[in-house]
Design a protein around this ligand. Structure first.
Ligand SMILES: [Zn+2]
Length: 206
């Protein structure tokens, strides 16, 4: 019924998180119908995306690539941030959620994934060496682990405490309040703010 090109576009859009076949079809018909300018703007931005945006070289948040070819995010560039406080999150969405709570005055580090032995993700899959280097370069004194309250999130917090406590820093975990199995992204700002201010040190079993 539809031209091949539109069917291809529907297929591509329906691979995005939260976009099903019907929504993708609605987008494509809208773009092909009346919004030619929007389609052109989207096309230009999407084409530039892979070259213009990369994980920040310091924290793996997303950052724009500068003229020298380096990517440093706005949080790492912000000198008013407390460099001795580092909040470790699993994903960029979680960084944005913690940032919205207004309770974090330090900087961040994005792991990219959680430790998940059942899914075959071991410690070697996490950027622990990069994190340790960052801690030593910046003179970080406390790492706040803001991984989600799930089995994998707790396992990751414990691994970080085991790896980082020997560096002579405090490793703390956000307090409960975010429901178990819940998603930081969907926690309200007040709950997340309280979880951060009520954080506790992680005890490393001997
Ligand atoms: Zn950064």
């Amino acid at each position: 019924m539809l031209p091949d090109r539109l069917r291809t576009l529907i297929h591509l859009l329906s691979r995005l998180p939260g976009v099903g076949e019907k929504t993708a079809q609605r987008y494509v018909l809208f773009l092909a119908g009346e919004e030619g300018a929007l389609a052109a703007d989207l096309g230009r931005e999407l084409t530039a995306l892979a070259d213009a945006v990369r994980p920040c070289e310091r924290c793996r948040n997303l950052a724009e690539v500068d003229e020298q070819g380096h990517a440093t995010c706005s949080i790492c560039k912000d000198n008013r941030r407390d460099g001795t406080l580092l909040c470790v999150v699993a994903r960029v969405q979680d960084l944005l959620a913690v940032e919205r709570s207004g309770a974090m005055r330090g900087r961040y580090f994005v792991l990219g994934r959680l430790l998940s032995p059942l899914d075959g993700v071991g410690p070697d899959e996490l950027p622990l060496a990069m994190l340790a280097a960052r801690i030593q370069q910046d003179g970080v004194k406390e790492v706040i682990v803001a991984t989600p309250p799930s089995v994998d999130g707790e396992a990751t917090a414990l691994l970080l405490a085991q790896e980082l406590t020997p560096l002579g820093i405090r490793v703390s975990r956000i307090a409960s309040g975010v429901p178990h199995g819940g998603d930081l992204e969907f926690s309200d700002q007040i709950t997340l703010g309280r979880a951060i201010s009520g954080r506790r040190s992680v005890d490393v079993p001997r």
